[in-house]
Design a protein around this ligand. Structure first.
Ligand code: UDP
Length: 406
């Protein structure tokens, strides 16, 4: 059976037929994706699963990763933080260095594919090549863009305006721009190792491996160790809740190759967690999908206490597993959680602590939230919906041209 047909039992025959039809319309148009990391973080997570499915549908699609040294990724991390509203100090020549690295990459990374999808700010300046090459250039922004710092916004805007279109993950991120903007939410793959059904013995085996006691309540946050995921805030919320209800806390995640801050955050988290045998700080290597799947499935409550969030794939992953989820009302998270219906939205450590206590004390209510959450993800945030949106967007780039005649 072809890979895409394995989704028929989940989303139905007509959804898959529609994808084949749209993919057929793209024949002869190759698509190249470019981002800054092959593993770690949400962008890589999606591309790893989507590229083979697009190929299975007959789309000629490729994925390349730009190269950069430590300084480049320090600059892009500063940009990332500044886009999220954090005050950071740029050196005078940071901007020139950033553009230089993009130009060096442009020499050997750009293929002849006529649709280019450039993901996030790191490779954004590759678009300088557009005038020379023609082609259709789309900037795919995965990050929370609600309050960018002016300096970084002004710098990026020059490049964004050169694209044929911009894709944001949530309506709140759209900006006043002279280019076409579309909203395409990310998605999860229900058949990936991260999300597929797991037998109970595998879940138990993973918990045993980490020393987690399945007979006592487990609350979990899966995230890269990043200040913006507020892992220290998670520990503080757990501490307050634990005064009222017994529980263990799992903080599990790794780093991304484009994030030099991760180790510092991990050390702070370890210091904060010290001496509490019920806090499990797990540093996971890339590819720990089965471990993450098992930890999520073993959990009674899942947290995503981000201070900023592009979309928050971990929230979709938790809800898909029917887990009661408490997450911050930031970025794309409110698209996934309707408060007190498909999960809980919070704004503070105290609020998070309150709801941990409530959900652990009211398992029936918690279960209902999880079930509603799963339904919501099934309808809106699975990979088949995401592929359809991309295909439609690619086709729309030729609206005034020759190939749209649906
Ligand atoms: N993830 C992972 N290993 C880790 C930490 C996170 O595989 O150590 C995955 C997580 O399950 C999710 C994605 O990486 O699929 C993170 O996406 P999200 O949108 O939540 O956050 P981002 O890291 O992109 O800010």
């Amino acid at each position: 059976m072809s890979a895409i047909r394995e989704y028929v039992p989940i989303v139905g025959e007509s959804t898959i037929e529609e994808l084949s039809l749209l993919a057929g319309r793209l024949k002869g148009r190759a698509v190249q994706n470019i981002n800054s990391t092959a593993v770690g973080g949400g962008v890589a997570e999606i591309l790893v699963r989507m590229i083979p499915l697009l190929r299975d549908l007959g789309v000629n699609v490729s994925w390349d990763v730009i190269k950069g040294n430590e300084r480049f990724f320090q600059i892009t991390k500063k940009m990332h933080n500044a886009l999220h509203g954090v005050e950071v100090a740029f050196e005078k020549d940071d901007w020139d260095f950033f553009v230089e690295v993009n130009r060096t990459n442009a020499k050997d990374i750009l293929s002849d594919a006529e649709i280019k999808i450039i993901h996030d700010p790191q490779p954004i300046a590759l678009v300088e090549e557009r005038d020379r090459r023609g082609q259709k250039w789309v900037w795919r922004c995965h990050i929370d863009f609600t309050h960018p710092r002016e300096e970084v916004w002004e710098f990026l805007k020059k490049y964004i305006e050169s694209y044929d279109g911009v894709i944001f993950s949530a309506p709140a991120f759209s900006r006043l721009l002279p280019v076409r903007q579309v909203l395409i939410s990310p998605s999860i793959d229900p058949l990936s190792d991260k999300n597929k059904e797991l037998p109970e013995d595998q879940i138990s085996a993973q918990c045993a491996r980490f020393g987690i006691d399945r007979r006592r309540p487990i609350i979990t946050q899966i995230s890269r160790f990043d200040y913006l995921k507020d892992p220290v805030g998670v520990i503080r919320a757990y501490r307050i809740a634990k005064e009222h209800v017994d529980c263990q806390l799992v903080l599990a995640g790794g780093g991304a190759t484009d994030d030099p801050e991760g180790m510092k955050v991990l050390e702070e988290v370890r210091r904060e967690a010290e001496n509490d045998p019920d806090v499990f700080v797990l540093f996971l290597p890339p590819g720990s999908d089965l471990e993450i799947n098992a930890l999520q499935r073993a959990s009674d409550v899942i947290l995503q206490k981000s201070l900023k969030e592009g979309f928050g794939l971990t929230v979709s992953e938790a809800l898909w597993k029917g887990k009661p989820t408490i997450a911050s009302a930031v970025g794309g998270i409110p698209l996934q959680i309707a408060h007190k219906y498909s999960g809980i939205l919070t704004h503070s450590i105290e609020g998070t602590a309150y709801w941990i206590k409530q959900l652990l004390n009211e398992p029936e209510y918690a279960k209902k939230l999880g079930a509603n959450g799963r339904e919501h993800i099934k309808t809106n945030f699975l990979i088949t919906r995401h592929i359809r949106d991309y295909l439609l967007h690619f086709l729309s780039l030729y609206e005034k041209g020759d190939i749209i005649s649906l």
